[in-house]
Design a protein around this ligand. Structure first.
Ligand code: FES
Length: 108
């Protein structure tokens, strides 16, 4: 796998190597980090959302599925949030969970 930088997770400031081929949710799983993904990475639930504290441009562009979910629920997303299941790193990023109580958007 190609190393492209570091992912830093707040608030712990835990860092790990970022691989271009893996989504942010898979990176979290590699380190046994608790990270909701209730729809299984299908861009349907929004529970995997992360806030990008630094490096928003160091993530792959939004997929059509991510854009569609955001369009359906515009008030649920801040501009600096991304779906971890749809985002892969291209460089250094600093992330934190969007909230500890993210609602499943399939229930909204
Ligand atoms: S896991 Fe459901 S939107 Fe990412």
């Amino acid at each position: 796998m190609k190393e492209v930088g570091r992912i830093t997770w707040l608030p712990e400031q835990f860092t790990q190597v970022a691989y271009e081929e893996l989504t942010l949710t898979v990176h979290a799983m590699l380190e046994d980090r608790e990270h909701d993904q209730l729809c299984g990475g299908q861009a349907e639930c929004g529970t995997c959302r992360v806030r990008v504290v630094q490096g928003l441009n160091n993530l792959t562009p939004m997929t059509p599925d991510e854009r569609e979910l955001r369009a359906e629920h515009p008030s649920a997303f801040r501009p600096d949030e991304r779906l971890a299941c749809m985002s892969r790193p291209l460089g250094d990023v600093v992330l934190e969970r969007a909230s500890t109580e993210l609602r499943d958007l399939r229930d909204v």
